[in-house]
Design a protein around this ligand. Sequence first.
Ligand SMILES: [Zn+2]
Ligand SMILES: [Zn+2]
Ligand SMILES: [Zn+2]
Length: 302
Amino acid sequence: MACAAVTAAAPSWGVRGAGSLLVERWGRGRAGRGGVPTNLRVSAPPAVLCPPARMSPRLGPTYNLRVWCVEDGEELGEKLLEEWDDPVLVPWEVTRASGKRARWRCRTCDWKWVAPVYSRTRSTSPGGCPACAGFVATETHNLALTCEESGGRLAHLPGEWNHPTKRMEDFTPASPQKVPWTCGTCEWQWNARVKSRTRSDRSTGCPACAGKVATETHNLALACEESGGRLARLPGEWNHPTKRMEDFTPNSGEKVPWRCGTCEWQWNAKIHPRTRSNHPTGCPQCYNSARAIGLSHSFYKR
Ligand SMILES: [Zn+2]
Ligand SMILES: [Zn+2]
Ligand SMILES: [Zn+2]
């Protein structure tokens, strides 16, 4: 806001008063030095009356949110005054840059929400109604509706919804909240973010069906049994003090303790490199001994 505009609208600073005094007496005033009427020198130029440049204007009858909305806010200001819905505050009790949180009511969808004043008045991307922006679940925008209207893509989600208290209508399809699900195929129960299940690109599904969790039908012990001898030595080398091989998948990246069936060396290694078909790892001590007596790498690997 230009300084002159501030002073023109600020009778409390006395500019208007001094100005009108000057005009009234212009014709009758005695000439001072250089022919300038003396009363012209009495009235200070408006610029002097401006607050210092670095001081932000104080809240007052001429500087508050309502004044800004009417004078400078243009379309946005008009909308903000219309949407102002705070039960306690009024728009002339805050400045446009105020951090105070006020209640607003969307003039498009009637949604009520609370947001700091400055977030709605800033010049670059001022905050708007979260419901219109799709950030809150409403009757016309929610997870249940999205599944219905997905053309089959998300049709399995309602059957897998396992939240004990909340409905799918209470969430948006893009919600980052973690909620419980039950697999429609294997009945596995797990927690996953709503948005991870609804996104069109790489949406997540049941981790058990995907082989990512150890189950009764998919685990390390079973994989060793069914490996046709390839992983037959692993159960004998399993050295975990508390967990069983049934608690891990063959692809697990977890480090667990092993004990060599040949040299009794104990070491920690990830499960996955030991079970993979291409260059599985083995006892490091046996590997070193084999190298020491000149056996080739490939011989040991076999
Ligand atoms: Zn709205
Ligand atoms: Zn499943
Ligand atoms: Zn060994």
